[in-house]
Design a protein around this ligand. Structure first.
Ligand code: SF4
Ligand code: SF4
Length: 201
């Protein structure tokens, strides 16, 4: 944990943390900081705040610390933390809610993760399936990592592991509708959390 000036935390900061908890459907008071979530997280060593700390900062109302953390953007949503929590705190869902709130606040602590998300969703929405060669190309251009897959791409093309054909599923219109519904549900849930509706917190 880093030094935190608790006197600088405003009521608005605390409300923003409560909104994140509502969006995630968790009660922050349930966490007693045992650390089992962190012990099981396969990515904890790469995180700037371990899962237990994310919950602790939310409990304290330190919303800026949480929204600027890289952790929720590194989180693989594997659900190990949530499954290990003796208090049934759905930390995995908290990570998703923090990420959404962070994006909503115009922060992108790991811009590459945000670019990849957007490109993946656009790819699936357009074709009903992820065309990974085009996803990788779009991601590399938009993230500025122009040549990072060049060597692998050449080898994979030669071995027929990827091709240039764009694949579309028959039901891609249905997939697009599902994606739109999921994105709209995210926005609605987020707005309701900001208004103090829904969840358990
Ligand atoms: S496992 Fe649950 S109770 Fe323990 S620190 Fe993590 S969130 Fe809190
Ligand atoms: S869901 Fe995220 S925070 Fe939880 S264990 Fe997996 S990677 Fe770690």
């Amino acid at each position: 944990m880093r030094f935190l000036d608790l006197s600088a935390i405003s009521d608005a900061d605390k409300q923003a943390c409560e909104a994140i908890a509502r969006d995630a459907g968790v009660n922050l008071k349930d966490c007693y900081q045992c650390g089992k979530c962190t012990a099981g997280c396969p990515l904890a060593e790469s995180m700037d705040l371990v899962p237990r700390e994310v919950i602790r900062y939310l409990q304290l109302g330190a919303v800026d610390v949480v929204l600027e953390a890289k952790t929720p953007w590194i989180c693989a949503q594997c659900v190990v933390c949530s499954s290990r929590c003796p208090q049934n705190v759905d930390i995995c869902s908290v990570m998703r809610a923090v990420r959404l709130a962070s994006k909503h606040a115009g922060k992108r602590p790991v811009p590459e993760a945000d670019i990849f998300d957007d490109e993946f969703i656009a790819n699936v929405r357009a074709h009903g399936v992820s065309n990974e060669q085009y996803l990788a190309a779009a991601y590399n251009v938009k993230s500025g990592h122009f040549v990072q897959d060049m060597g692998n791409a050449t080898r994979m093309l030669k071995r027929g592991m990827v091709g240039v054909a764009m694949h579309n599923t028959k039901g891609r219109a249905n997939v697009a509708a599902l994606v739109d519904r999921a994105l709209a549900a995210d926005s609605t849930r987020r707005a309701q959390a900001d208004e103090g509706k829904g969840g358990e917190a």
